[in-house]
Design a protein around this ligand. Structure first.
Ligand SMILES: Cc1cc2nc3c(=O)[nH]c(=O)nc-3n(C[C@H](O)[C@H](O)[C@H](O)COP(=O)(O)OP(=O)(O)OC[C@H]3O[C@@H](n4cnc5c(N)ncnc54)[C@H](O)[C@@H]3O)c2cc1C
Length: 406
């Protein structure tokens, strides 16, 4: 484990594993530091079609043991009986037509396993602490040992190792603030068959936020409740479950597993890169999960960073402080568009007014579905144009530039 590697990746979630796998596949000497041991629980189980191309590039197969095909997203207001369903196959031409629901523990282990198989060295159970830049390398001090590398990738998720040290995380106000969630095992066969027929994610509009019901492989469901108030409690989750006939039907005869609480989310890291380092995934920013964009942003951000880093390493230019600027600008566009959609969700009645009532033109509906699929980096989406221009008129956004992919 001694010596200076080319790249040290801190964190082995989807962002870190994608970066490590692609780097190793390109012949780069890469080491991953992961503070936990896999498999470990993680929330974030509903993937988007935008990730399919990266799975292909990585050569990762999503095994039925830990994944379920997902056709789209459904939105419900059970008090009024309103319902809207969006199938990814109805998106704009070129938008991939399906996605997956995954057991994150097994999915994350499979991605990191791909990195190891490609040649990445994995170091378990070490937590990165200090970071310093030396003349010809960077050094990361962990609770166990120092590690030297020509370049360091912070993929530490919401722990946002470098962002918190630099105090460069800007909270995004007005989105969800906290979540409570759990899994149910042994879902009865009839409820299971109904959920698995489409594999769709179900989003329920509830007071002060929303709730989710996500089918999982093997007869499990994930249920969660996001609140726009601070300090969500496990009892808020119980209330959301009790108030929803659909969630009750899937869960009341099933076995409830451990509940989890989390808060403090929706932020951007205003300094996501610098000399000999860059942040990807949640370490670069996290948006409210109402449209399931986290893993897509983590994997795409890692892919685009690697595409800039590999030639820079070959040219000995990895100390360039702007090495990651192009990849970061490309991600900005995705964050901006998805952020505008989430803002409409919380503050402009997007679901009540548009999903349930309006009948947009077929082109606008296709465009909306492409955004829900995470297909955010194209210039021919009329719904995106409308979304961003109305946001600009209201003074809340900027014109998205064409992404500058490095
Ligand atoms: C309530 C909720 C619901 C969500 N739902 C969805 C969803 O449906 N779909 C979706 O796509 N996304 C969802 N997300 C978001 C998704 O979970 C994340 O965006 C995604 O996991 C980000 O991947 P990552 O690799 O950046 O970070 P992570 O997956 O968090 O991985 C970071 C890794 O770094 C390790 N680490 C942390 N600190 C250190 C350190 N100092 N040293 C060494 N290792 C360290 C951690 O142990 C962890 O394994 C949800 C998030 C929340 C909070």
């Amino acid at each position: 484990m001694s010596g200076c590697v080319d790249v040290l990746v801190v964190g082995g979630g989807p962002a870190g594993a994608t970066a490590a796998a692609l780097l190793a596949m390109a012949g780069v000497r890469v080491r991953v530091l992961e503070r936990e041991r896999f498999p470990r629980f993680h929330i974030g189980e509903s993937l988007l079609p935008a990730e399919l191309a990266i799975f292909e590039r990585l050569g990762v197969t999503l095994e039925p043991a830990f994944s379920l095909r997902k056709g789209g997203a459904e939105f419900w207001n059970e008090r009024t009986g309103q319902h809207a369903r969006f199938d990814f196959c109805d998106g704009l031409p070129g938008t991939p037509t399906f996605a997956y629901q995954v057991h994150r523990a097994a999915f994350d282990a499979a991605l990191l396993g791909r990195a190891e198989a490609a040649g990445a060295e994995l170091v378990w159970g070490q937590t990165a602490e200090a970071f310093e830049v030396l003349d010809d390398r960077a050094r990361v001090h962990t609770d166990a040992a120092p590690h030297d590398a020509r370049f360091v990738i912070d993929a530490t998720g919401q722990r946002a190792w470098l962002g918190r040290r630099a105090k460069s995380l800007d909270r995004i106000d007005g989105f969800g603030l906290a979540a409570a969630y759990t899994h149910f095992d042994k879902v009865p066969d009839d409820a299971r068959a109904e959920l698995e027929a489409t594999g769709n994610i179900h989003i329920f509009m509830v007071d002060d936020g929303w709730a989710w019901l996500i089918p999982q492989p093997g007869g499990r469901v994930s249920v969660g409740r996001v609140s726009a108030r601070r300090g969500v409690r496990a009892s808020d989750l119980d209330e959301a479950i009790g108030a929803s006939p659909r969630i009750r039907r899937a869960t009341e005869a099933a076995e409830r597993l451990q509940s989890h609480l989390c808060g403090n989310y929706s932020y951007r890291n205003r300094s996501p890169y610098g000399v000999r380092h860059a942040c990807v995934g949640d370490a670069a920013g996290f948006l409210d999960p109402c449209f399931s964009s986290g893993v897509a942003f983590a994997m795409l951000g890692a892919e685009w960073l690697v595409d800039a880093l590999v030639p820079a390493l070959a040219a000995g230019a990895e100390a360039d402080p702007d090495l990651a600027a192009g990849a970061s600008r490309a991600m900005d566009r995705g964050y901006r568009t998805m952020g505008a959609l989430i803002e409409r969700f919380y503050h402009a009645g997007l679901v009540d007014r548009l999903f349930f009532y309006d009948t947009p033109t077929p082109e606008l509906r296709q465009g909306l579905i492409s955004l829900l699929a995470g297909d955010l980096w194209r210039d021919d989406n009329p719904f995106e144009r409308l979304l961003v221009s109305s946001r600009r008129r209201s003074g809340k956004g900027h014109d998205p530039r064409r992404p500058e992919r490095a």
